[in-house]
Design a protein around this ligand. Structure first.
Ligand code: SAM
Length: 465
């Protein structure tokens, strides 16, 4: 029996899909890249923006003929499009879907399959089996021993309720996973070859607020630092209001925690920020960036921006533009505002910035950011950086710097320099001299002497291990 998973959206969805794959493989299903060959198709959806929802709907509709041809095919719609509540409306819209699952929950699909196939496992027993393995994630077969970097959900849901955002309605309130469960999962991932983990949460820096007193992201990072075989740790997304000095200090100190912070500002105008209910001003954000850069001097900072929020005037947009021009952050994830049903903005504000204007603002920031990223990345030219290699793309090895910059190295340069030709660099951290830089990636070459000595795992970021 074969399964096929289609995923759209954030890293949290990628992690959720991995969990579904893992549970299906425990039921002896095998992965297939081709939906046409599958017995079970899972569509893991995102509705954070209208464009993502449209893609999911389009993809779902494209499955209709497959189901018509093969009525035994099981189609599972999962994720934020379904949300935590009942799916009656979706059922009437998509009657060919067999199972609807909320985000992060393989349960409904597993119950359906175990019943449909009249397996001897009782539902309770099945649940128990999956509860037992919950802390230990068995990667799908095609990723075991190959996956270098894994996402680990840390805080599920969100309780902040920014006025534009549908996530709290779809993923439910904020719930932190217990420390021991996270540690077990990370240990099991490392045992399967993973070298880097990214801890995920809508507001990851709030980790532990709902757990026994004293639990914090900084404390968890210290525990994770001790995990043998784990090379790198990242965490995202942070909210500006919860980035404590302790967290920044810990990030700066711990060798495995990478100098990479994702902390969205969303807008650079105080009134727009207030309407978004973000809970800070542009000046607060300026000071935060200053603090981050003081604690972690070589840090890379990524940011999210929404253009065309209801009521955003040309002048207010300029405040966002100038804030970005001033702060020169490494990455901007850019979105045009889209109305999300049920949100405060959808109920109380008018989507009054014309689509064309949203596009224009989008392009202005895109161009600005291209210049900034070009400038920042050019500073890497001639320098040697430690790159964690994830795999090959078109004859080039692909990896990331501690600051999460994408680096490509000609595979042939590895082969000619390495003692054994064709060596597998998956999961290796190697020094690379940067020879070319662009706004979105860099190129480099390996350093000869490092292949003649021990090429493995120099300390990332120059910190002592
Ligand atoms: N929790 C994070 C935060 O602090 O905002 C990120 C969560 S969200 C999944 C990812 C990004 O989608 C947001 O940062 C925001 O820029 C964008 N987004 C959310 N709702 C949106 C909407 N209605 N229209 C356009 N972009 C939106």
């Amino acid at each position: 029996m074969k399964y096929h998973i289609w995923t759209i959206g954030c890293q949290m969805n990628v992690a959720d899909s991995q969990r579904v794959a893992s549970t299906l493989e425990r039921l002896d299903y095998q992965s297939t890249r081709r939906a046409e060959d599958a017995d079970v198709i899972v569509l893991n959806t995102c509705v954070v923006r209208q464009s993502a929802e449209d893609k999911a709907t389009g993809h779902l509709n494209s499955l209709r003929p497959l189901k018509k041809r093969n009525p035994k095919l099981v189609i599972n719609l999962m994720g934020c499009m379904v949300g935590p509540r009942n799916s009656a409306k979706l059922q009437s819209l998509f009657p060919f879907v067999d199972v609807f699952s909320p985000p992060a929950d393989p349960g409904p699909l597993i119950s359906y399959l175990t019943q449909a196939e009249s397996r001897s496992l009782e539902e309770a027993e099945t649940r128990q089996r999956f509860d037992i393995m919950d802390g230990e994630l068995l990667l799908p077969a095609h990723e075991r021993g190959r996956l270098v970097s894994a996402n680990v959900p840390l805080v599920n849901g969100c309780s902040h309720a920014c006025t534009y955002c549908v996530i709290p309605y779809r993923r439910g309130p904020e719930r932190s996973r217990p420390v021991e469960e996270v540690l077990r999962e990370v240990h099991s991932l490392v045992a399967q070859g993973v070298k880097e983990i990214t801890l995920l949460g809508q507001i990851v820096d709030r980790y532990g607020k709902d757990l026994p007193e004293g639990t914090s992201l900084a404390g968890l990072l210290r525990r994770l630092q001790q995990v043998e075989g784990l090379e790198r740790i990242r965490f995202l997304t942070s909210h500006p209001n919860w980035m404590t000095d302790e967290l920044l200090q810990t990030t700066a100190e711990l060798p495995k925690v990478m100098p990479h912070i994702e902390v969205p500002v969303q807008a650079g105008d105080d009134q727009v920020l207030a309407h978004m209910r973000r809970g800070y001003t542009a000046d607060d954000y300026r000071h935060l960036i200053e603090r981050i850069r003081t604690f972690i001097p070589d840090v890379a900072i990524a940011n999210d921006i929404i253009v065309g929020f209801p009521g955003e005037s040309a002048e207010q947009f300029q405040h966002t533009f100038y804030l970005l021009a001033e702060l020169k952050l490494d990455v901007v994830h850019l979105a045009r505002y889209s109305v999300r049903p049920g949100t405060v903005a959808a109920r109380k504000m008018q989507d009054d910035v014309p689509e064309e204007e949203k596009w224009q603002r989008f392009r202005l920031i895109e161009e600005l950011q291209e210049q900034i990223a070009t400038e920042i990345n050019a500073r890497y030219l001639g320098k040697t950086v430690e790159v964690l290699f994830e795999g090959q793309v078109k004859g080039r090895w692909k990896g990331r710097t501690p600051t999460n910059k994408l680096v490509f190295v000609e595979a042939t340069s590895a082969e000619s320099l390495a003692e054994e030709p064709g060596q597998d660099l998956h999961g290796r951290v190697l020094p690379v001299a940067i020879t070319w830089s662009g706004p979105w990636s860099m190129q480099g070459r390996f350093l000869l002497q490092l292949f003649q000595t021990d090429p493995l795992s120099p300390a990332p970021n120059g910190k002592q291990k």
